[in-house]
Design a protein around this ligand. Structure first.
Ligand code: 5GP
Ligand code: ZN
Length: 116
């Protein structure tokens, strides 16, 4: 899928908008959330543009699989040996605000009450 020039995460992935990157390879980029909700709050973002899992094609699925594969190493590099939480908001009811699929990686403290 082609980058969307109006999409903030496509522009971060392309290096057009600055971000605090903690990991990058050919398929994904991970950078610190602008408005952190935990001591460690990183967004793991496939470089291809698709808004939600419902819009994901086969190439996108490979990128998400890759993202999940590298997350343990990103978490280890951020010192999250005692655990972390992943959140993927999908659509309005989940409060998704950036319509480019991303995985929130949260940790650095006990994360409190679980919703599920
Ligand atoms: P969502 O609500 O879509 O699941 O999460 C979007 C996240 O992106 C929010 O946590 C928000 O703080 C973060 N965010 C939005 N714009 C930017 C930006 O320009 N840079 C960074 N680093 N994070 C952003
Ligand atoms: Zn995008």
């Amino acid at each position: 899928m082609k980058p969307d020039t109006n999409c903030i995460f496509c522009r971060i992935a392309a290096g057009e908008i600055p971000s605090n990157k903690v990991y990058e390879d050919e398929q994904v980029v991970a950078f610190k959330d602008l408005n952190p909700q935990a001591p460690v709050h990183v967004l793991v973002v496939p470089k291809a543009h698709f808004a939600t899992l419902a819009e994901m094609d086969a190439e996108g699925a490979e990128l998400v699989k890759h993202a999940l594969t590298v997350i343990p190493q990103i978490a280890a590099s951020l010192g999250l040996a005692s655990g972390y939480r992943l959140i993927v908001n999908q659509g309005a009811d989940a409060g998704q605000t950036v319509m480019h699929l991303h995985i929130h990686l949260l940790g650095g403290k006990p994360l409190g009450e679980k919703i599920v």
